[in-house]
Design a protein around this ligand. Sequence first.
Ligand SMILES: Cc1cc2nc3c(=O)[nH]c(=O)nc-3n(C[C@H](O)[C@H](O)[C@H](O)COP(=O)(O)OP(=O)(O)OC[C@H]3O[C@@H](n4cnc5c(N)ncnc54)[C@H](O)[C@@H]3O)c2cc1C
Length: 315
Amino acid sequence: MPPSPVTVVGAGIAGCACARALAEAGLPVRVLDRGRRPGGRMASRTLSDRTVDLGASYLTAREGSPFAAVVADWVARGLARPWTDTFAVAGPDGLGSTTTGPVRYAAPGGLRSLVADLAEGLDVTQERTVTRVEPGPRVDDEDVPAVVLAMPDPQARRLLDADTAGRLLDERPWEASLAVVLGWSERRWPADLHGAFVHDDPAVTWVADDGDRRGDGAPVLVAHTTPELAAAHLEDRDAAAGPVAAAVGRALGIDVPPAWTTVHRWTYARPAEARPEPFGLADGIGVCGDGWSAPSRVESAWTSGHLLGTELGGR
Ligand SMILES: Cc1cc2nc3c(=O)[nH]c(=O)nc-3n(C[C@H](O)[C@H](O)[C@H](O)COP(=O)(O)OP(=O)(O)OC[C@H]3O[C@@H](n4cnc5c(N)ncnc54)[C@H](O)[C@@H]3O)c2cc1C
């Protein structure tokens, strides 16, 4: 039997970036993921006959960075597009000023399509839940040359014995969030609104215009909740739709309730604080993702996975 390949657990952007770097270094590598498709928290789902982004809203890329080259390639191939550098700011009294920052990129096919592109040509097995990673290293009782856990810390901890977890990870908290999709029959908010940061609201922190970022103009918004509202609704997430729709109405001045809503739960949306180190690695067991290469975002998850794959590939 041929030796088992280096095994990456998690087909989010960190795991796929890691596996690509390993494959480019000439190592046999496979990716195992418990979901139905690659993407992880860059999740897109078909709702009301179109794709909606339920996890990350957009991505950014620091100019001149290796990730910027990946994004430029996606843009050149029409998979990603520069969305906007300007968002509205809303408070308890509704829309106020705007704020400008780096260019945010969106994907016409949903952000998941970008992870699927990274996974192209890799050996990826979906719907495979890994249950145990032990020193050796061993993955579910199989000896492997090295294993990478590319996922939120609390999910990685579940796979490791206490000793290994203690060496690689710490107890830093991870925050929950709910993504609430709200659809209307027509747009009921300002035409130039791309998205809005919502300040001082107990329910909502951010609202994205999904039709605007996708480019089809559909009257669909996606609101992300405060960690507190999410924590209070983890067991009954649908009950959050009402308070979130009311908060979005207040923030954007919409006086008609949405025609439909869908709520998605992210138990581990983001670390309260990511680490500055690029990844963790001890005795052939590596950990990467947006808990590393702070601050936590798509770009750091890619960077963390890429650097860990490069390190393992060079050994
Ligand atoms: C609501 C929300 C909004 C966000 N907004 C933004 C934003 O606007 N901009 C931005 O840059 N970032 C944003 N982020 C963060 C961004 O989504 C993450 O930084 C990035 O997607 C993390 O990628 P990852 O590969 O590290 O982890 P993940 O995408 O979580 O991938 C982990 C993978 O591991 C798999 N897995 C877990 N356990 C197992 C197991 N036991 N066996 C097999 N597979 C397993 C999962 O199925 C998953 O596919 C947001 C996140 C959320 C949740």
